[in-house]
Design a binder for this molecule. Structure first.
Ligand SMILES: Cc1cc2nc3c(=O)[nH]c(=O)nc-3n(C[C@H](O)[C@H](O)[C@H](O)COP(=O)(O)OP(=O)(O)OC[C@H]3O[C@@H](n4cnc5c(N)ncnc54)[C@H](O)[C@@H]3O)c2cc1C
Ligand SMILES: NC(=O)c1ccc[n+]([C@@H]2O[C@H](COP(=O)([O-])OP(=O)(O)OC[C@H]3O[C@@H](n4cnc5c(N)ncnc54)[C@H](O)[C@@H]3O)[C@@H](O)[C@H]2O)c1
Length: 467
């Protein structure tokens, strides 16, 4: 029997639906697709970024880091405890011993599916709804979904230096815990790995081009985070890497401000680039924006008929909950006649996209920063509530956490919420719900009970403190 995926098979193989990328894309074919033929393309590890090298493994390390931190801080509460050892190899094995089988089983499930065909290789467009794999197999499809994600950006002077470096793709599988980790970049990934490695006992240096770590956050939250970060980590802001020297065990980084940092491992965390530039966009007839993202409308349709895109390849957010939301929209719209009429198509809703950084302390936000709200012309009321001034935060003797709410004076419309502190990504959820359902600050504060003395009272008091 002819192998349909072999390059010798000259006639294009036709599918009802073709999906490029198995991160969020792999969730598309559900039971409603049982009668449709579906081609799935994956050049990397099945399951994509979130499962294999992103959200899930990083948070498994973050959880272990929180355990280490709790032990270190225990004496404050009258409990003497100490860390005898951080068994790095056991931590790695625990994380990937659980994740790797999920990726393998996911691929096997699709390979065994009666209507799904897996092509484990790179694919590009070579014409209108026509694809070609790296080994030369041609595939046509009635509809195609681009769910090709993004990749780490590596600054040229580091890439060209020949010095071994790591990205988030491989830093979690280092053969041993570094004594001194040098991180280049000051965003989400830098902040999360700085927390993980320092909690495990590594010295951490961070080199950030901007004037602050996590500088896109609301200024009060960013200021609080930077103050706390400088107490724990060796932070260099407003400077760039000029020279990198070293080998697999030793790295010397020279900065534009004249500083030299010596470490034993280098992590590059300077942003992620959409994979739109590696898909043959011109041949496929779809547009890319100036940042290389696939251009989509509110129905996730690209500019090429029959071609949708979702997730990091087309979204400026680069967040898994956004990719999941867009995937659900595409899953519905593929089943409709999406280019004949938009009347019954699903739309994506990007009004209130929250984000969280699982660093130390945790951070979460949604909506406008105070500056953005003022720039947008709102008459703004702001309240910053300290964790330490509500009962549970006081019990914890917390002197780090803050909940900041930005609202419109008069109407009480909640414009933005910004939390730094323990459980920030959990505490912010009712504020996301309030903004999404248009619940104003006063009704949110006084229209329900708040469990006493639980930590959400920090949100209640922030709401009550607004004018
Ligand atoms: C370290 C890290 C931590 C993160 N933590 C969080 C978090 O806590 N919360 C959060 O919301 N987000 C987090 N993110 C972001 C989140 O992982 C991404 O937004 C999300 O995974 C994007 O999903 P996707 O489906 O768009 O792309 P991906 O999951 O990246 O899937 C794209 C797939 O397409 C494949 N592919 C690409 N091009 C081709 C091609 N031409 N041919 C064949 N296959 C191709 C790739 O190999 C990849 O497997 C994190 C990211 C990183 C890097
Ligand atoms: N918890 C989460 O949701 C989570 C966690 C990790 C990653 N992510 C996603 O992954 C994406 C990528 O994360 P990231 O941290 O790499 O990017 P980022 O965009 O968050 O931060 C990039 C940082 O690198 C700095 N930078 C850029 N070029 C530099 C250079 N040449 N020298 C020094 N610094 C430089 C920037 O000033 C910025 O501080 C994020 O946008 C985020 O959406 C999300």
């Amino acid at each position: 029997m002819t192998d349909p995926t072999s390059p010798q098979h000259l006639d294009p193989q036709h599918f009802d639906v073709a999906i490029i990328g198995t991160g969020s894309g792999n969730s598309i074919p559900d039971e409603r697709y049982a009668d449709m033929s579906v081609a799935i393309f994956e050049e990397g590890v099945f399951g994509g970024t979130c499962l294999n090298v992103g959200c899930i493994p990083t948070k498994m390390y973050v959880y272990a880091a929180e355990v280490a931190r709790t032990i270190r801080d225990a004496a404050k509460y009258g409990i003497d405890a100490r860390i005898d050892a951080v068994r790095w190899n056991d931590i790695v094995d625990r994380v990937f011993g659980r994740i790797d089988p999920i990726a393998a089983n996911g691929e096997q499930y699709r390979r065994e599916g009666s209507n799904t065909t897996v092509f484990a290789e790179h694919v590009t467009f070579v014409g209108d709804r026509t694809l070609e794999t790296a080994s030369g197999a041609r595939i046509t499809a009635d509809q195609i979904v681009i769910a090709a994600g993004s990749r780490a950006i590596v600054p040229e002077q580091i890439a060209a230096s020949g010095v071994p470096f790591h990205t988030s793709d491989d830093v979690m599988r280092l053969p041993e815990l570094p004594k001194h980790l040098v991180i280049v970049g000051g965003g989400f990934i830098a902040a999360e790995f700085a927390h993980v490695f320092s909690a495990f006992g590594s010295t951490v240096s961070i080199v950030c081009r901007g004037d602050a770590l996590l500088r896109r956050l609301d200024h009060d939250i960013s200021a609080q985070f930077n103050t706390l970060a400088r107490k724990k980590w060796d932070v260099h802001t407003g400077t760039t890497v000029t020279t990198v020297r070293g080998d697999a065990t030793r790295v010397t980084v020279e900065l534009s401000d004249g500083t030299t940092i010596e470490g034993d491992a280098l992590l590059v965390a300077t942003g992620r680039q959409a994979n739109g530039d590696r898909l043959g966009a011109a041949a496929g007839g779809f547009d890319l924006d100036d940042d290389g993202r696939v251009v989509v409308d509110e129905f996730q349709r690209t500019t090429a008929t029959g071609v949708f895109a979702l997730g990091d390849v087309s979204s400026p957010y680069q967040l898994k909950h956004v990719a999941n939301h867009e995937q659900r929209v595409v899953t519905e719209n593929l089943l409709r006649d999406a280019w004949a009429s938009t009347d019954d198509l699903e739309r994506t809703d990007h009004r209130f996209v929250p984000a969280a950084v699982f660093t130390d302390p945790q951070i979460a936000d949604v909506g406008l920063t105070e500056h953005e709200a003022r720039d947008a012309g709102y008459d703004v009321s702001v309240k910053i509530q300290s964790y330490g001034d509500v009962a549970y935060g006081w019990a914890m003797e917390d002197d780090e956490g803050l909940c900041k709410i930005v609202a419109e004076r008069g109407t009480g419309k909640i414009l933005g919420a910004h939390i730094i502190g323990v459980h920030a990504p959990t505490l912010i959820q009712p504020l996301i719900q309030a903004m999404t359902t248009d619940l104003d600050a006063h009704r949110m504060a006084r229209g329900q009970y708040w469990i006493h003395p639980a930590l959400p009272e920090v949100v209640e008091n922030a709401l009550l403190g607004l004018e």
